[in-house]
Design a binder for this molecule. Structure first.
Ligand code: ZN
Ligand code: ZN
Ligand code: FE
Length: 750
C-alpha cells in the first residue's frame, strides 16, 4: 500500500550534500515526492511509495547521512498519497539559501579514495579528487551563493565527463562544485632550484622526502613544510632554517604508522579519523621520532592524511612526515606560488605546488584531551566557518580577540561565526590577513557590516586600534572577563564562577592579570579572587626569561634567588627592579607562576615560543606524582587570593626534602589548580552560583583541568570547560561577543 510522508529535518543539512543524498535514497527505492531547502529552518522532504520502502528510506536518512550532516531533529507526519511518479529537488524557498550554509573543508571520503586507487577510474591517481561529500569548501569560496563561478574552481572549466557527472542527480558528484579530473582540473608541479622538473610531481616529491630533503607542499587550504620526522639531522635542519628552535612540529602519517610513534586510544582514533581530521596531541611512544620534533615534551601532534595528494604521497613514503604550516613564527601561512617560492627559497629544497588559488588560508586544527574531554588548541580547518548557534539578540557584532593566536568572531541572527586561526596580530602581514579574512567572512555569510565592534581592554593592541577604526561603537572587554563570558555563552549559563588560568591580560587596574576567579552574572561581573600578585621584574622581559619570575618568587619567599638560574648581573638588576619598583609591574598570572616553577626546577630557563615553560613543566610532571599540598587562601585587597608565594616555599621544602623534579612539577600544577578551585567554590557557595568553570590558555593542561573538575564536582557543583571554542586566546573573540551582547542589552534598557 502506498503512503506519503512529510519529513522535516533540522540541523546541519545545507551545503553538505544532503539534498542530493535524499534524492539518491528516494530514487534508489523507487519513491516519488520532493526535497526542498527551507533555509534556517532546515530541509523539507515529502516522499510517497510502498510503506515498507518509505520506512526503509527514513531509516537511511539517519543512518547513511553525508559525513558533515548533523541531524538534530527529524519530524514526520503522514499525508494523503497524491499518486506522484517522480522525485524532484525543488528550488529553495525565497531567502532559503545563504546565511551560513558554507561548510568547512573536509577530508577526502572513502569512495573518492577508491576512485583514486582504481586503475579503471578516470580519477585514478588524481590528487584533487572530490565529491559532494568531501573536499575543499571554505578555502575555495569567494562569495555567496556557493556555486562554481564564485569559487577558485572557476579557473578550471569542466570537461565533458565532469559536466555529465555534475548534472546527473544520481551521481555522487551531482552539483559538486569542486568536481575536477586530470583532464580539466588543477595540476601539480614540482620545482627545485627555481626550475620545474620533468616527471610525475608526486614521485619527485616523494623521492626528495626519502632523500632527506625539505619540501614545501601546497595543499588544499594552505602550505606545509614537510620532511622525514624520523631523521634528527633533517628535522634539526628545518628548525635551523625556519629560526624556530623549540616549538613542536605537527606530524602526518596514516593511522597504522602513527600508532607506532604515539599512544592512541579508541577515542583518539575516532577524532583522528573524523572527516574534520584535526591534529591530535598524543603521548609519544617509543624512540623512533627525531628528538627535534617536539623537544622536551611528552606529547606529539599527529594528523592523518586528509587530501588525495597526501594519500598519494603516503603510497610512496613509509615514514611519518613533519607537516608544519609554511610560515615564519606568528605570521600567516604562505599560499601564493610566487610567494612560496621566493620566501621559502632558503627553507625548502623542493616545492610541490599546484595551480589552484587558495581563496582563504586555513591552518590545521589542533585538539587534545583535558579534564576528560577534547579541547581545541586551535579551531580552524574542518570546523570553520560552521556557525555556533547562540542567541545574542538583534544587533550584529564583530569581535577581534587580543593579540596572540587571534581569531575574530562575527555575530548575525542567532549564529556566531568564529574565524580560522589568524596568528599574532603584532605583525603587519598578520593584520592584513585579519582585514582580508573579515571581508571574506562577510562575503560568505551574508552578514551586514557590524556597527558594534568588541575588542580587548589593552590600549596598545593593534586589534584595539582596528576596532576603533571599524566600529561605530566600540566595546572594550577585559581579557579574563571575556574568557569567562565565553564559557557562560557556550554553555548557556546565566551565572558562573569562572577560573581563568592564563598568560597575560590587561587588568582593569592596569596590572597584568592571568590567574583570576571571576563571578559572572548575565554580563555583570566581579573579580572575586586571583593569585597573589607578585613583581614581574622587567615587565615583558620576565615572560621571555622565566628565570626572572623564579627570582621574583624566590625573593618574595625569602629564599636564595640564585636558584632561579639567572647570572649574577641580571640577578642584581632584577633585585633592584623589585626593590625600587622600577619597570616592575605586578602580575597575578598563572602562566608566570608556572614559568617560575619551570625555571627554578631547571626545566626551562629560556622561552623560545609562547607557553614553552608551562608545556615543558607539564611534560616533566607527567612522569611524577603530586604530593597532597594545601594552598593557603586568604583575603587581600578586597578579594580572595591564593598565596602562590607560600606555595612556592612549600614546593621548595618538598624539593629540599628529596622529592624529584617530576614530583615537584606535578605538585605545583595540582596545588595551583586546587587553590583556584577551592577559591572558586568558596565564592560560588557564598553567592549561590551552581556552576564552576575553567578557561584561559593554561586550561588545555590536562592536570589542571582534571583537578579543578574533581574539586568542583566533589563539592557538588556543575563543572564546565570549553567544548566548542578554544579555552586560550583563539576563543577570546567568542567571549568578547557574548559580553558585548550583554553590554548592548543593558544600554537598551537604560
Ligand atoms: Zn568524495
Ligand atoms: Zn574533468
Ligand atoms: Fe588569554
Amino acid at each position: 500500500m502506498a503512503i506519503r510522508m512529510r519529513v522535516h529535518v533540522a540541523g546541519i543539512v545545507q551545503g553538505v550534500g544532503f539534498r542530493p543524498f535524499v534524492y539518491r535514497q528516494a530514487v534508489a527505492r523507487g519513491l516519488a515526492g520532493h526535497v526542498r531547502n527551507l533555509g534556517d529552518a532546515g530541509v523539507e522532504i515529502e516522499v510517497e511509495g510502498p510503506s515498507e520502502a518509505v520506512r526503509d528510506f527514513l531509516r537511511a536518512l539517519r543512518e547513511k547521512a553525508p559525513p558533515l550532516a548533523e541531524l538534530s531533529g527529524l519530524k514526520s507526519e503522514e499525508l494523503p498519497p497524491r499518486g506522484e511518479a517522480e522525485f524532484r529537488i525543488l528550488k529553495s524557498k525565497p531567502g532559503g539559501e545563504g546565511g551560513g550554509t558554507i561548510p568547512p573543508d573536509i577530508a577526502i571520503c572513502e569512495p573518492c579514495l577508491a576512485d583514486i586507487a582504481d586503475r579503471k577510474s578516470r580519477y585514478f591517481g588524481y590528487w584533487a579528487t572530490s565529491c559532494t561529500d568531501c573536499g575543499p569548501r571554505f578555502t575555495v569560496i569567494e562569495s555567496l551563493p556557493y556555486d562554481r563561478p564564485r569559487t577558485s574552481m572557476r579557473d578550471f572549466p569542466m570537461c565533458e565527463d565532469c559536466r555529465r557527472e555534475y548534472e546527473d542527480p544520481l551521481d555522487r558528484r551531482y552539483h559538486a562544485q569542486t568536481i575536477a579530473c586530470p583532464a580539466c582540473g588543477p595540476r601539480l608541479l614540482y620545482l627545485e632550484g627555481g626550475r620545474e622538473l620533468p616527471g610525475d610531481p608526486i614521485d619527485l616529491a616523494a623521492a626528495a622526502l626519502k632523500a632527506g630533503k625539505i619540501v614545501a607542499i601546497k595543499g588544499i587550504g594552505g602550505t606545509h613544510l614537510a620532511c622525514d620526522a624520523t631523521r634528527e639531522e633533517v628535522v634539526a635542519e628545518l628548525r635551523r632554517r625556519l629560526g624556530r628552535p623549540g616549538q613542536p612540529f605537527a606530524l602526518m602519517a596514516p593511522l597504522s604508522l602513527a600508532k607506532k610513534f604515539a599512544r592512541c586510544r579508541e577515542e583518539d582514533e575516532r577524532l583522528l579519523r573524523s572527516p574534520r581530521r584535526p591534529i591530535m596531541v598524543l603521548p609519544k611512544r617509543g624512540e623512533g621520532l627525531a628528538p627535534s620534533v617536539a623537544p622536551g615534551l611528552h606529547t606529539v601532534g599527529f594528523m592523518l592524511p586528509y587530501s588525495g595528494l597526501h594519500h598519494l604521497l603516503f603510497r610512496q613514503v613509509d615514514f611519518p612526515l613533519v607537516m608544519t604550516s609554511a610560515n615564519f613564527p606568528g605570521r600567516p601561512m604562505l599560499i601564493e606560488n610566487e610567494q612560496i617560492l621566493s620566501e621559502l627559497a632558503g627553507v625548502a629544497d623542493g616545492f610541490l605546488l599546484h595551480d589552484r588559488r587558495i581563496v582563504a588560508r586555513c591552518d590545521d586544527s589542533v585538539v587534545r584531551w583535558a579534564g576528560g574531554k577534547p579541547v581545541f588548541l586551535r579551531r580552524s580547518r574542518g570546523w570553520v566557518p560552521q556557525p555556533i548557534a547562540l542567541d545574542l539578540g538583534e544587533v550584529p557584532l564583530l569581535a577581534l580577540g587580543a593579540e596572540l593566536n587571534v581569531t575574530f568572531a562575527l555575530y548575525h541572527r542567532g549564529k556566531v561565526f568564529l574565524s580560522q586561526h589568524i596568528g599574532n596580530v603584532e605583525h603587519l602581514e598578520t593584520e592584513a590577513f585579519l582585514r582580508e579574512a573579515i571581508e571574506h567572512f562577510l562575503a560568505i555569510t551574508g552578514a551586514p557590516w557590524p556597527e558594534v565592534v568588541a575588542c580587548d581592554l589593552h590600549p596598545g593592541f593593534s586589534t584595539t586600534r582596528l576596532a576603533e577604526e571599524l566600529g561605530e561603537e566600540v566595546i572594550r572587554v577585559q581579557h579574563h572577563l571575556a574568557h569567562v563570558a565565553g564559557l557562560a555563552g557556550e554553555h548557556g549559563l546565566s551565572q558562573v564562577v569562572g577560573i581563568a588560568v592564563d598568560g597575560y591580560g590587561y587588568g582593569e587596574d592596569g596590572t597584568a592579570w592571568g590567574g583570576e576567579v571571576i563571578l559572572w552574572r548575565e554580563g555583570e561581573w566581579r573579580r572575586a579572587g586571583s593569585l597573589l600578585p607578585v613583581p614581574m621584574p622587567g615587565g615583558d622581559l620576565a615572560t621571555l626569561r622565566p628565570g626572572r619570575m623564579a627570582a621574583s618568587f624566590l625573593l618574595a619567599a625569602g629564599l636564595d634567588p640564585r636558584e632561579g638560574g639567572l647570572g649574577e648581573r641580571e640577578l642584581a638588576v632584577v633585585a633592584r627592579q623589585i626593590e625600587r619598583g622600577i619597570n616592575c609591574p605586578l602580575t597575578s598570572s598563572a602562566g608566570r607562576f608556572l614559568d617560575a616553577v619551570a625555571a627554578w626546577l631547571g626545566i626551562c630557563r629560556e622561552r623560545t615560543y609562547e607557553g614553552e615553560p608551562a608545556m615543558r613543566l607539564e611534560a616533566a610532571a607527567s612522569w611524577g606524582e603530586p604530593a597532597p599540598l594545601e594552598p593557603v587562601i586568604r583575603e587581600q585587597g578586597g578579594r580572595l587570593v591564593v598565596d602562590t608565594v607560600a606555595l612556592f616555599r612549600e614546593l621548595h621544602r618538598l624539593r629540599a626534602g628529596g622529592a624529584s623534579v617530576s614530583d615537584v612539577a606535578a605538585t605545583a600544577q595540582a596545588a595551583l589548580a586546587r587553590g583556584l578551585a577551592r577559591l572558586a567554590i568558596q565564592v560560588a557557595k557564598g553567592e549561590g552560583v551552581g556552576a564552576v568553570g575553567l578557561t584561559g590558555g593554561a586550561a588545555v593542561n590536562d592536570a589542571l583541568a582534571t583537578v579543578v573538575r574533581e574539586e568542583a564536582e566533589r563539592a557538588g557543583f556543575r563543572y564546565v570547560q570549553h567544548e566548542r571554542v578554544p579555552p586560550g586566546d583563539g576563543g577570546l573573540s567568542f567571549g568578547q561577543l557574548t559580553q558585548g551582547a550583554y553590554t548592548i542589552a543593558k544600554q537598551d534598557f537604560a
